[in-house]
Write a protein that binds this ligand. Structure first.
Ligand code: ST9
Ligand code: ZN
Ligand code: ZN
Length: 325
């Protein structure tokens, strides 16, 4: 099934008045490059520093833990990743396939395990990222350097352009989904449960792991690694790699990111054909997220997988690619 160019979910202009009472075009350009003072959000800096320090400490617990705890932590990582890749990214941000209710519920729970902002907020930033890539309106604008694109963007208030230009896009489809609304309404409780309580209690209850070990390995370490892998898509995959589909844009094919991010490192392809449910050319590609969506299709829980036709991909490669394969 293919639906070339259908990406209305990302491109729609919002018909409602600008959010927040701001007038269209009211940005005061005299405020300089950033447009808003670069206010550092110290709470985020401190929390992220604590999280990363705890993750480093978790490493010493690995040899002292039950092997099942490590397997469980890895399983939690995969579920976490699917909540972002198959859920917030390919389903809700890009509408690249349709999912039935039970799958949407699973993906929303998995997304709460990922604790990367609720689905609505994640998709809002991501759609703005695609539409205004590598500009001040891109929440993690990679032209501001690796650190900013990776984690720094979570340490400062957003650039005024993100809020103004993002405010003109249409996100109403997201809130029309009752699962997205529910997850947003109960986001904090769902994160406590899915990101911290469930990963910690399962090893303790089922094979007698200490709560200490399971908390640090299945919650803290797994969460920190999954955050960094996701951030690498914004940083490394916008800087390092090839551009076989469009050499005029920054996003690149990055094999390292592909492996960590279960199939999300074909970023030059993805920014060229964002509506494609596989976020990569189909074929013998390492893309566990696509395998998962295909399996769900086989179970009857997925319909309408969109794909870029082969001829369209080939023509684009010849027209704008960098000549790499
Ligand atoms: C995290 C997110 O880590 C990670 C995203 C990764 C993305 C990867 C993408 C790659 C794709 C492939 C997936 C690969 C995945 C692989 C997985 C493998 C495991 N448009 O935000 P606020 C408005 S989160 C329109 O507070 P500030 C809106 O009205 C980590 N409007 O701005 C909003 O109000 P409301 C954990 C927008 O004050 C208002 O502005 N979480 C937009 O500047 C204020 O919004 C954290 O660390 C927009 N885009 O604060 C929390 N944005 O929401 C981090 C905003 O009520 N966040 N508005 O509607 C924060 O603390 C703050 O957002 C801030 C900025 C300090 C960064
Ligand atoms: Zn995307
Ligand atoms: Zn990108």
């Amino acid at each position: 099934m293919s639906n070339p160019g259908a990406d209305s979910a990302m491109d729609g202009e919002r018909k409602m008045p600008a959010f927040d009472g701001r007038e269209e075009g009211s940005a005061d350009q005299s405020e300089g490059k950033v447009g808003r003072p670069q206010e550092i959000v110290w709470r985020n800096v401190v929390l992220m520093a604590l999280l990363h320090a705890s993750a480093v400490y978790s490493l010493v617990l690995i040899p002292r833990s039950h092997i099942f705890t490590l397997i469980w932590a890895y399983l939690c990582f995969i579920v976490t990743a699917l909540g972002v890749t198959a859920g917030a990214h390919r389903l809700w941000s890009h509408r690249s396939y349709k999912a039935k209710l039970p799958l949407r519920i699973f993906l929303a729970a998995a997304n709460s395990m990922a604790f990367q902002n609720d689905i609505f907020e994640w998709c809002r930033d991501h759609r703005v990222h695609h539409k205004y890539s590598e500009t001040d309106a891109d929440p993690h604008n990679a032209t501001r350097g690796f650190f900013f694109a990776h984690i720094g963007w979570l340490f400062v208030r957003k650039h005024r352009d993100v809020i103004e230009k993002g405010g003109k896009l249409d996100f109403s489809d997201l809130l029309e989904d009752s699962v997205v609304r529910f997850q947003r309404k109960y986001y904090k409780s769902s994160v406590v449960l899915m990101c911290f309580v469930v990963p910690t209690l399962v090893p303790w209850y089922f094979w007698g792991e200490t709560l200490w070990n399971s908390y640090f390995l299945a919650s803290i370490l797994r969460y920190t690694i999954s955050l960094n892998v996701s951030w690498l898509v914004n940083s490394a995959a916008h800087m390092y790699g090839t551009r076989p589909y469009d050499k005029t844009i920054n996003p690149r094919q990055n094999a390292f990111v592909t492996v960590g991010a279960i199939g999300e490192g074909f970023h030059n392809y993805h920014h060229t054909f964002p509506f494609d449910y596989s976020a990569s050319e189909l074929g013998l590609k390492f893309n566990p997220t696509t395998w998962f969506i295909d399996f769900m299709y086989w179970l009857g829980l997925v319909t309408e997988r969109k794909q870029a036709p082969k001829e369209m991909i080939q023509a684009r490669k010849e027209r704008t690619g960098d000549g790499s394969s």
